[in-house]
Design a protein around this ligand. Structure first.
Ligand SMILES: [Fe+2]
Length: 367
């Protein structure tokens, strides 16, 4: 990328053979001298939204690493060119991590090791990068006493509290309000599709696991839906267009939200999957359309439930599993409670926690 001055007062940047003029106001908004920018908070000390946008550059020159500009409102400022280039090249680490597709061949996912000061270390940075690549991460040796999961979550960002509490205990109980609290097999699903917004990341911490069954299962919703797009574009299309209603009811609350099973972004790319076939209600559409929808959902369900895409492993005490609930489906094999205890604790955090931590560690460790 190149930054250059034309006619003594226009700033252009050139990127892959196209040259674009940078609006003078865009630069004027980015004054960084101490009377314009608070150095501690990096927040502006002036309000550009209240300014007349008729701003132009009277004089411009490049001196070493700096672009020196004089604006028509009398302001003179020096801009660090590498900082401008960084913003223009959109080098945000979170947006630039490429998702890795995976299926059952991912036999030995990388594990991370908890230790003192873990949250400020290179190990934590590597964990977060891996989390954004694969959609999940496993951390070994995380202390289990005093609901440590909450401290763990709050050391990355903030716990997202729900009506299940700040954290929830996953063990079988009588009169459960969710099948998670039984000993039954749980087929692959995403959590809480009925919430708005859906919790972004689930943490599951193994406290005790003495049973022979009760294996954790994971499926990559990104891999499955990308494969579906290639193999059956018609099914993919209808599942990414029809909004279904997800609903949760118990004696204190009725939660509802509507979304496609495959939710795409504005560029028609993968954004989120929701799948919880005990809680979804498709609207009454024309019969032909519903024929297509039901066939497509069955196809998606078969893929999610097939061995081809599933990894299965046993969590042992002190293991903490962190999952992207917008991408990864999770489940569990059934277990026999007479064999011993099985006790997991869970909680949710939002993406701003992991994204914020990742950017912070990149800055701090100068990576
Ligand atoms: Fe779940």
């Amino acid at each position: 990328m190149k930054l250059e001055i034309k006619d003594n007062q226009k700033i252009f940047f050139t990127k892959s053979s196209s040259s674009i003029e940078i609006h003078p106001f865009w630069l004027r908004e980015r004054l960084n001298e101490k009377e314009f920018l608070d150095k501690g908070t990096q927040q502006r000390l002036f309000d550009p939204s209240s300014m007349n946008s008729d701003i132009h550059i009277k004089k411009a020159k490049i001196v070493g690493e700096y672009l020196e500009l004089e604006f028509n409102d009398g302001i003179f400022s020096k801009f660090n060119i590498s900082k401008i280039k960084e913003e223009l090249s959109d080098k945000d680490i979170v947006k630039n991590i490429i998702k890795m597709k995976w299926d059952s061949n991912l036999s030995n996912p990388k594990k991370f090791e908890y230790k003192e000061d873990f949250f400020e270390t290179r190990e934590m940075y590597d964990l977060l990068v891996s989390f954004y690549q694969f959609g999940f991460a496993i951390i070994k040796n995380v202390p289990t006493e005093n609901n440590y999961i909450v401290k763990f979550a709050n050391s990355i960002g903030s716990v997202r509290r729900t009506n299940f509490g700040e954290h929830f205990n996953v063990k079988s109980k009588s009169n459960p309000n969710d099948l998670a609290y039984t000993t039954l097999h749980l087929s692959p699903h995403t959590d809480n599709p009925y919430r708005n917004p859906v919790p972004c990341i689930q943490l599951l911490h193994c406290i005790e696991n003495e049973v022979k069954g009760g294996f954790s299962t994971l499926v990559d919703g990104y891999t499955v839906t990308e494969d579906l797009k290639k193999e059956d574009p018609e099914a993919y299309k209808i599942l990414s267009e029809v909004k279904v209603r997800f609903k949760f009811t118990d004696k204190n609350v009725v939660l509802e939200d509507c979304s496609e099973l495959i939710h795409l972004n504005e560029y028609k790319e993968f954004k989120q999957v929701r799948f919880s076939p005990r809680l979804d209600y498709v609207p009454v559409l024309e019969k032909d359309k519903l024929d297509l929808y039901y066939k497509a959902r069955k196809k998606l369900s078969d893929l999610y439930n097939s061995k081809k895409y599933r990894i299965e492993f046993k969590l042992i005490p002190k293991d903490l599993l962190m999952m992207d609930n917008y991408r990864i489906l999770h489940g569990r094999t059934k277990f026999d409670p007479s064999e011993g205890k099985r006790f997991l604790q869970g909680c949710y955090i939002d993406f701003d926690s992991t994204e914020g931590k990742l950017r912070h560690l990149k800055r701090k460790l100068n990576i």
